[in-house]
Design a protein around this ligand. Structure first.
Ligand code: NDP
Ligand code: HSE
Length: 430
């Protein structure tokens, strides 16, 4: 290897991922230097608390108190591992790219909200901007789409994009327990955050989906157009019902580009047991992309954690060290199409709808009438067991039809005295 100047990096954030990056570079530095043709060297770091025990020697790096000032460090690339869509992470990104230095981040919230602005700034200053770790942690899915699948027209990209939700759903499935109980366990294990709402309400998966969609379809990032909902209202009984019907429940982020516009949704789905995503369990992530020449691609692996996420961050640094980087979204920002959001009502599919109802005469007839009046064809209907307050659960699977009709049926039933809780609607992955 002919030794050239090292790639000097400055690291903002020394938590789970930042610590992982330091350990990875320490452990694999020689191998990385052979692969990249030069060493990757950390020259400066910054975090909130200088005195915090980091479990390793960080005194060997320069310390910068004001994280935004890290952009002025004598470094080629600034690596942002703080988090948050705005605040110090965004200030650092703007300052870094304005100065012409490279910027690498794992921050999906910031890229989902400000990715286009940052990509435009990066192009203006000819600086590399990379965010592989922002989507599905250690899985090289951005690289897979930007490079490996770059020759394809991609019709659809979808997958399991949140490890916390998949962990909770798989545990509910394996142990027959309800959501709240499993969430508490995930938090006690330090797995889910103390405020887990971004994870369990689908926001985190929505951030990742909007980034994936841009890279896959060449459309302008549109996080605001992602319809996101989560897994809070799923009962152990729904998972058992789905299993009896031949499905597993997964939180799926799905984006499709078509003549009707760009469709982006994060929603709990029933996934047929013979689909690969039905077999993704625990905190694992998986992404499927369908290209017109390559066919169906499946990317699977660890979506979080210090090691896998650091692996993705350092892969971006290796690309920069090699001089192999291009437009962050696989094409210049000005080429990204401004696509209108597609209306979910036009989508054709099958649905699982679970009602919690009072156990009294006429309730089933009322539900069936609402479905009939909205033009929804029922494939199967199961009424099962009492829940705590004497209500019963009625689960309906519909035949294929427009989502608009199911929405209309639910609208007709809104406020009905027969319903003791809000109905749960899950789509069936087709
Ligand atoms: P942590 O909370 O573990 O670490 C955050 C780090 O940022 C800490 O070192 C903290 O400093 C520092 N920090 C926080 N606020 C400030 C501030 N105002 N000014 C300066 N430094 C600050 O986060 P993670 O490592 O888990 O996540 C980092 C990024 O990576 C996030 O964007 C996250 O979404 C993303 N990510 C994380 C994954 C994971 O598995 N954890 C997976 C994929 C992406 P101090 O230590 O002094 O408190
Ligand atoms: N909170 C995220 C998850 C971590 O559970 O998948 C990685 O993005």
């Amino acid at each position: 290897m002919s030794e050239t100047k090292p790639l000097r990096i400055a690291l903002a954030g020394l938590g789970t991922v930042g610590g992982g990056v330091i350990r990875l570079i320490d452990a694999n530095g020689d191998l990385i230097a052979r692969r990249a043709g030069r060493r990757i060297e950390i020259v400066a770091v910054s975090a909130r608390d200088r005195a915090k025990d980091r479990g390793g020697d960080i005194a060997r790096f320069g310390w910068v108190d004001d994280t935004t000032k890290l952009a002025e460090a004598d470094a080629d690339v600034i690596v942002e591992l703080i988090g948050g869509s705005d605040g110090p992470a965004l200030a650092l990104a703007r300052a870094t790219l304005a100065s012409g230095k490279g910027f690498v981040t794992a921050n999906k919230a910031m890229i989902a909200h400000h990715g286009l602005e940052l990509a435009t700034a990066a192009e203006a200053s000819r600086a590399p901007l990379k965010f592989e770790a922002a989507v599905a942690g250690g899985i090289p899915v951005i690289k897979g789409l930007r490079e490996g699948a770059a020759a394809n027209d991609i019709a659809r990209v979808y997958g399991i994009l949140n490890g916390t939700c998949n962990f909770i759903l798989s545990k509910m499935e394996a142990e027959g327990r309800d959501f709240a109980e499993v969430l508490a366990e995930a938090q006690a294990l330090g797995f889910a955050e103390s405020d887990p709402s971004f994870d369990i309400d689908g926001i985190d998966a929505g951030h990742k989906l909007s980034i994936l969609a841009s890279v896959a379809f060449g459309t302008r990032p549109a996080f605001g157009a992602v319809a996101a909902s989560g897994i809070r209202h799923i009962l152990a009984a729904d998972i058992a019902e789905a299993a009896a019907l031949g499905y597993r429940v997964r939180l799926i982020g799905l984006a499709e580009a078509g003549p009707q516009g760009l469709f982006q949704r994060v929603h709990a789905h029933l996934v047929p047991v013979d689909h690969p995503l039905a077999h993704v369990t625990g905190a694992t992530n998986a992404v499927v992309a369908e290209g017109n020449f390559v066919g169906r691609l499946l990317f699977q692996g660890a979506g979080a954690g210090d090691g896998p996420t650091a692996s993705a961050v350092v892969a971006d640094l290796i690309d920069i060290a090699r001089g192999e980087y291009g437009a962050p979204y696989a094409m210049p920002a000005a080429e990204l199409a401004d696509t209108l959001p597609a209306d979910s009502g036009d989508r054709i599919g099958r649905a699982y709808v679970r009602f919690t109802v009072a156990d009294k005469v006429g309730v089933l007839a009322e539900i069936a009438a609402a479905m009939r009046d909205a033009g929804v064809s029922i494939e199967s209907l199961i009424q099962r067991g009492r829940v705590g307050d004497g209500s019963v659960l009625v689960a309906i699977v519909t035949h294929e039809g427009p989502e608009r009709a199911v929405a209309q049926a639910l609208e007709r039933l809104r406020g009905s005295a027969s319903l003791t809780d809000t109905p749960l609607w899950m789509h069936i992955l087709g």
